[in-house]
Ligand binder design. Structure first.
Ligand code: GCU
Length: 689
């Protein structure tokens, strides 16, 4: 067993400071009566023991029957098994509850004040337990509770882009993979801790390996290892390892999924075709999944990147994506498994934005009922900001999931602070006008038990899990927002800060202000904040850089030329239903932050009292000023946050400031080169040592 050298993240369970609060909490939670019916109750009891010991400063008494002679107690269990739950929760409430929902309620039972946590399933009660602990950790009153909570999205997954045998993580900025395939099925305590962290924010699935299940080896890599690829996880030698991980995560309500390679029947050396309509291929997948389910009876299913960036797919056999996805869907259906089929395809059009819609909109209704189309939030690729994909409003008869990127591939990677919860909130709130009605992305996703949200994870083996300490907030915020997209950004932020650092109002306010300023700052200095994107370097490495400023490398993405800047995306805009198409196509009505995504405009085009070029200069400059102020605000917390964490973040912010200036200067020089209009901007660099 490894020693626990890693950070507790949002499960620190620091002692409650207010003595009044602590005393109420102690009255209701020092004695805990839990059911033992199922392995999840082991999780619940462990978590309550750890959490309450930390929060209340003494160990709780855990009972398997209602405690007597106490002033109050907490009860966790099913209604049919516990009289105390029946005293406060009606049968119909449980029947109406979502399978993963829970009720937390104050109940008087036999003259004693009790608090009950109940649900329709054990998983629901795991979520309920974490919810109650969060209330305590954030200092909320618990004496008159009546909470009924249900997830708004049915599938809430983290996609690990981990390359299993190399232990590397594609687009990972927090060290190597936490999953050690060489040692599995031997388990590490870290898996359990990770499962706790995810369950605490409502995640119910993880995909263990990279969507790129075939990746070329790199110079210097041991070929014996590098040649092993993610598709090999389907091999019978690897399934006990998958089963071992499932045994840990299952207790926390988290299902295991694998990314699979469409050509696996060929790659695994057994067939000479992967044609989805060939009988032997149908049989191969069916037998392969039978073997998976022998090892993991509740296996969630598969994620597939097909016909995309070199990965094989049904187009190799002149078949449609629907034929490919349905092949896997049918093979998984007898086991209750699911297919997440990615819509990330591009390449055959000058503007890559148009392709996903062109490929998939016509297949609406053609997918098997256990197939979900997993669509990146925007039409390009996890840029600092994009409009939402046109596919969201175009698939009324298809299960859909939105894929977001928690890891910061294009938003400063492991160095720049970029709090993404506001970006995701904006995506969820966007009105798609699907079917001619007001329908937000969140509403489309919440509709149907095969829909959901996936996030490309930002977790790695670094002691603090996320590389940049404050990037923990993105992992936390993803789970919370996906559980309920109606949550306010501010409340998610404050919860995270309180559980992570302190409930001191000055700390909460300062850290929140830094987090909330961070995405706009990145948009300012990395894009000029008028809808430009992909100003970053690609390079020739197997995994492109996507970090350093290099706006000259891909002019097609932002359309800079001697006349102006931006891309005329009429073809793409016309894929939206009205009134969205009209709005985006009109320079006057197009949202400012997407203006140059949709329009190519002259450098000196007059816009909101200034010119486009001057606005770009101003925004690039303002972004740096914001980072400087974020750094200074963080510095002011030196006495309020422990030295180790304070210093870690301070160093990152110093580095971010240096790089933000490079971004500003590179972009301004690039714009000037085309426009030949020198920047008239003032910045505070002179004051820097
Ligand atoms: C981006 C990213 C790749 C990734 C791909 C995908 O292009 O740079 O690393 O494989 O997206 O989402 O499939």
């Amino acid at each position: 067993m490894e020693t626990t050298a890693y950070d507790d993240c949002w499960l620190r369970y620091e002692p409650v400071q207010s003595s009044a609060r602590r005393s109420t909490y102690r009255t209701l939670c020092s004695h805990v009566f839990t059911s033992t019916a199922g392995p999840e109750f082991g999780v619940i009891r462990d978590e309550l023991h750890t959490g309450l010991t930390g929060l209340l400063g003494r160990e709780p008494h855990l009972w398997m029957h209602p405690p007597r002679s106490t002033d109050g107690f907490l009860a966790v269990g099913r209604r049919e098994r516990m009289a105390v739950v029946r005293a406060g929760v009606d049968k119909h409430e449980i029947e109406a509850l979502h399978a993963e929902g829970f009720i937390i309620r104050s109940v008087e039972w036999e003259g004693t004040d009790c608090l009950v946590i109940t649900g329709a399933t054990n998983a629901g009660m795991v979520y309920g337990t974490f919810h109650l602990l969060r209330l305590l950790a954030t200092g909320e009153p618990i004496d008159e509770l009546d909470i009924v909570e249900e997830p708004k999205n049915d599938t809430r997954t983290i996609n690990h882009w981990d390359n299993p045998f190399r232990r590397s993580v594609e687009r990972g900025y927090a060290g190597s993979s936490i999953f050690d395939w060489a040692q599995l099925p031997a388990l590490r305590d870290r898996y359990r801790v990770y499962a706790r962290m995810l369950a605490a924010v409502g995640i119910n699935g993880i995909v263990l390996n990279n969507v790129n299940t075939q990746t070329p080896s790199r110079p210097g890599e041991n070929p014996a290892i590098a040649d092993m690829a993610g598709w090999q996880l389907l091999d019978s030698s690897q399934l006990p390892k998958v089963a071992a991980l499932a045994s840990v995560f299952r207790r926390y309500g988290i299902k295991i999924y694998l990314s699979v390679n469409f050509a696996a029947p060929v790659l695994m050396g057994e067939l000479d075709t992967a044609d989805p309509l060939a009988d032997e291929v149908v049989q191969w997948w069916s037998e392969t999944f039978d073997a998976v389910y022998d090892h993991v009876p509740d296996f969630g299913g598969v994620l597939v990147k097909a016909d995309s960036e070199g990965q094989p797919g049904p187009h190799d056999y002149n078949r449609t994506h629907a034929a490919g996805a349905n092949l896997l869907g049918r093979a998984l259906a007898p086991h209750g498994g699911r297919v997440f089929w990615r819509a990330f395809v591009y390449g055959s059009h000058d503007d890559r934005a148009v392709q996903a819609y062109n490929t998939f909109a016509g297949l609406n209704g053609a997918f098997h009922e256990n197939v979900t189309l997993q669509i990146k939030n925007g039409p390009i690729d996890f840029q600092p900001r994009e409009p939402v994909s046109t596919l969201f409003g175009a698939l009324s008869e298809t299960n859909i999931a939105c894929e977001l990127q928690i890891t910061q591939e294009y938003t400063g990677q492991g160095v720049h602070l970029c709090y993404l919860v506001p970006q995701w909130k904006e995506i969820f709130e966007t009105d798609t006008h699907a079917n001619g009605e007001r329908t937000s992305v969140a509403e489309l996703l919440a509709h149907g038990d095969q829909n959901g949200v996936a996030g490309v994870g930002n977790i790695g083996a670094d002691p603090n899990w996320t590389g940049h300490y404050l990037a923990q907030a993105n992992c936390y915020g993803f789970g919370r927002l996906v559980w309920n997209p109606d949550l306010e950004i501010e409340s998610i932020t404050e919860e995270w800060i309180t559980q992570t650092f302190s409930d001191d109002p000055a700390v909460v306010e300062t850290v929140a202000s830094i987090l909330h300023d961070s995405w706009p700052a990145v948009l300012d200095y990395m894009t000029g904040h008028l809808g430009l994107l992909h100003m970053m370097y690609n390079g020739n490495d197997v995994v492109e850089n996507h970090y350093d400023p290099a706006p000259g490398e891909w002019p097609a993405y932002h359309g800079a030329d001697d006349d102006g800047i931006g891309v005329d995306r009429t073809d793409y805009a016309e894929q939206y239903p009205e009134p969205l198409a009209e709005q985006y196509l009109s320079v006057d009505d197009c949202p400012t932050e997407l203006l140059l995504f949709f329009h190519h405009l002259p450098w000196e085009y007059e816009y909101e009292g200034t010119t486009i070029i001057q606005r770009l200069y101003d925004n690039c400059t303002a972004g740096v000023e914001t980072v400087r102020s974020m750094r200074d605000r963080w510095a002011s917390l030196a006495d309020d946050i422990d030295r180790k964490r304070h210093r870690h973040v301070a160093e990152r912010l110093d580095e971010q400031l240096v790089e933000a200036k490079q971004w500003r200067d590179t972009l301004i020089a690039f714009f000037d080169e085309y426009a030949d209009i020198p920047a008239q901007t003032q910045h505070s660099d002179e004051s820097e040592p």
